[in-house]
Design a protein around this ligand. Structure first.
Ligand code: NAD
Length: 260
């Protein structure tokens, strides 16, 4: 299998896109570390992925906004699984509100999870990767890394910011064999999106059906949600890609919602 012998740390991997990414990487032979706020869910996910794939899978508690927890968690993964080759910085949340009502505490929470989390996990990972021949770092961006929507000021700001971090890491990491990418999904039917449908319907004064058809899928070419598997397969492809030809790029996976 293509990722035999590799170790991948995936944050926010007890649910949704992160969980599927761990499944795909484990099926390709990688040992996977499922890091999440929720230890019980992370351990349960790891046990299920280990049983289904035959690859090693461990669950650990990690709040990506907590410097000490990220440092200790990354060290524990390296010790338990014997190294680290791939980081998927995926953990994320959504808080929607118009700018004039956006609570400062919510703004700071959003930037902490999406940007502080990406920085802290990157720093902890590259200290190991630089000393051991390199590896791959993938950030979970969004179509909102490239486009804007109402009610999502903090999310759009944070997801745009990930492009900058990935590009700097691509430049700094090249000499150490580290490649950096941003994967940018359109709407994927996960708990994060399911929570937004009634919230957006209330905020925009339209029905939940209209939120799905017009707001979420209105600009796709086929009215389809992006599947978790489409994101997992894109990440597997990037982990397997054999050179730095694509480093620093972002990849939009959105049924044609956003093209560039
Ligand atoms: P999800 O809610 O299904 O999963 C997110 C996971 O992150 C949960 O298991 C949660 O416990 C974990 N998490 C939250 N805060 C954390 C923290 N501080 N530390 C560690 N773990 C934490 O959501 P999802 O839809 O799978 O989203 C995953 C990523 O994909 C996010 O970065 C999100 O912005 C991005 N994304 C999602 C969509 C979509 O449509 N679902 C689209 C584009 C981008």
């Amino acid at each position: 299998m293509s990722l035999n012998g590799k170790v991948a740390l995936i944050t926010g991997a007890a649910s949704g896109i992160g969980r599927n990414t761990a499944e795909v990487l484990a099926a390709a032979g990688a040992a996977v570390a499922i890091a999440d706020l929720d230890l019980a869910a992370a351990e349960r996910t790891a046990a299920e992925i280990g049983a289904a794939s035959g690859s090693r899978a461990v669950g650990l508690a990690m709040d990506v906004t907590d410097e000490a927890a990220v440092e200790a968690g990354t060290r524990a993964v390296i010790e338990t699984l014997g190294g680290l080759d791939i980081l998927v910085s995926n953990a994320g949340i959504q808080i929607v509100s118009p700018i004039e009502d956006y609570a400062f505490a919510d703004w700071k929470k959003m930037l902490a999870i999406h940007l502080d989390g990406a920085f802290l996990t990157t720093r902890a990972a590259v200290r190991h990767l630089y000393a051991h021949g390199g590896g791959t770092v993938i950030y979970m961006g969004s179509v909102h890394s490239h486009a804007a929507s109402p009610l999502k000021s903090a999310y759009v700001t944070a997801k745009h910011g990930l492009l900058g971090l990935a590009r700097v890491l691509a430049k700094e990491g090249a000499a150490h064999g580290v490649r950096a990418y941003v994967v940018c999904p359109g709407f994927v039917r996960t708990p994060l999106v399911d929570r937004q449908i009634p919230e957006q319907a209330r905020a925009l004064g339209i029905s939940e059906d209209e939120v799905v058809r017009r707001v979420m899928l209105g600009e796709t070419v086929d009215g389809e949600f992006t599947a978790v598997g489409d994101i997992g397969e894109t990440i597997r492809f990037l982990c397997e890609f054999p050179s730095t030809a694509l480093t620093g790029q972002s990849f939009i996976v959105s049924h044609g919602w956003h093209m560039q």
